[in-house]
Design a protein around this ligand. Structure first.
Ligand SMILES: Cc1ncc(COP(=O)(O)O)c(C=O)c1O
Length: 394
């Protein structure tokens, strides 16, 4: 069945001066639907890395003013998630930020950490480790029909619950937790909320203050369109000194007074930055965040949710089983689906031959488009997918 006919999907328009081929040259070679995996970096992020390489090659650190620029990115990143710059540290990946929480808090035997059984491992192993080291209890709630009902989370809470640790968006289903409701629940009960934000930041609204998030960690290499190895970690102001950081030369108050050993830790989020920064990565991340801000996050989100709706409608027409929740406010940039009659690996291979990229996660095919893509791109995918066998009637 061909789906190239004009369809009803209308997306919020991109600014007239936005040149897709300049910002996303990948579109010349691939129809790329794995932004939930490792996204292409934007053209302006690539330019930052090139500029850094030239400066580092020609002048070492003398002309680039890199550390001043990093502080500008810190402010920009903090604004992006509704935090203060003092609450934001740069990290090398999502895992590092979550590890700061897991390794930094004063856990007690019997503390309970509620999470799900469908988290990416970066939000599983640190809590298993805490459970093993301190005698804490790590509770992994299952998903039902690719959703984790908020009531099941609330019902799992006991007087010993110390933390709820969730991905804002689950990587294999695309299920979006109602973090604002969970945050409000946690705050009124003195429970900490730690969020793996990598599948939400850059595509869905994330406001750490409005959502009552205590800790959030996200690398930049997915929806934020930055390179791997440069991410952000938010720690709520009141909790900064309750996390014991890894110690290096840079997280103390007089870091540049090298020979005068004053081991006084900073009280802002820079206390988590123990040594030299990933400068090109952070500057590139800043450039991509600027792009997303220039486009406007409401437009970014509107386009992505429009594209995912188009995918789901087309998949249903082709008799595929859409796994992702389509309920209001539970959707995200991820659509997971299954074929009844085709081998998933073969589908992926056939698509790749046509320069279309999707992936498989946990036995589901996963498509994750970003804002710069179009309804034509989605039609290309849908047309390339073979019809699936319709479900037999019971
Ligand atoms: C929910 C989630 N968290 C974390 C990661 C990656 O973690 P890190 O940034 O530590 O490499 C992924 C990558 O797929 C993910 O989907």
């Amino acid at each position: 069945m061909s789906l190239s006919s004009p369809n009803a999907t209308t997306l919020p328009p991109l600014p007239a001066n936005f040149d897709v081929a300049v910002e996303f040259p990948i579109t010349r070679r691939w129809t790329f639907f794995n932004h939930a995996g490792v996204a292409p970096i934007s053209g302006r992020a690539a330019s930052e890395i090139e500029r850094f390489a030239r400066e580092a090659r020609d002048d070492s650190y003398l002309t680039g003013r890199w550390y001043q620029k990093i502080e500008l990115v810190r402010k920009q990143a903090a604004d992006f998630i509704g935090a203060a710059p003092e609450e934001l540290a740069f990290v090398k990946n999502t895992s590092e930020g979550i590890a700061f929480v897991a390794n930094g808090l004063d856990w007690k035997a019997g503390d309970e950490i509620i999470s799900t059984s469908v988290e990416y491992p970066s939000n599983v192993y640190p809590w298993i480790d805490v459970a093993q080291r301190y005698g804490a209890k790590h509770i992994m709630l299952p998903e039902v029909d690719a959703r984790v009902d908020i009531q099941s989370i609330f019902q799992a809470v006991t007087p010993r619950t110390r933390m709820i640790a969730l991905s804002h968006v689950e990587y294999a289903s695309g299920f979006r937790h109602d973090i604002a409701a969970i945050g409000q629940f946690c705050r009124t009960r003195g429970i900490l909320l730690c969020v793996d934000g990598i599948q939400a930041c850059g595509v869905l609204p994330v406001d750490v203050r409005a959502m009552n998030i205590d800790f959030l960690s996200a690398d930049g290499h997915k929806w934020l369109l930055g390179p791997e190895g440069a991410g952000i970690f938010y720690c709520r102001k009141d909790l900064l000194t309750s996390l014991r950081p890894e110690i290096g030369w840079m997280n103390v108050v007089n870091a540049n007074d090298y020979g005068h050993y004053d081991f006084t830790l900073r009280t802002d989020a820079r206390r988590f930055e123990c040594g030299s920064h990933n400068i090109p990565g952070i500057l590139a991340l800043g450039a991509s965040m600027q792009l997303l801000s220039d486009i406007g996050l409401d437009i970014v989100m509107g386009r992505v949710l429009g594209l995912t709706a188009q995918i789901c409608a087309g998949l249903a027409q082709k008799s595929y089983t859409v796994i992702s929740s389509r309920r209001d406010h539970e959707t995200s940039g991820i659509v997971s689906f299954k074929s009844r009659s085709h081998n998933h690996a073969q589908i992926i291979n056939q698509l790749e031959k046509q320069k279309i990229i999707i992936v498989e996660r946990e036995g589901r095919l996963r498509v994750s488009p970003h804002f710069y893509q179009s309804t034509d791109d989605i039609n290309r995918l849908l047309n390339a997918l073979p019809d699936d066998a319709a479900a037999s009637r019971a």
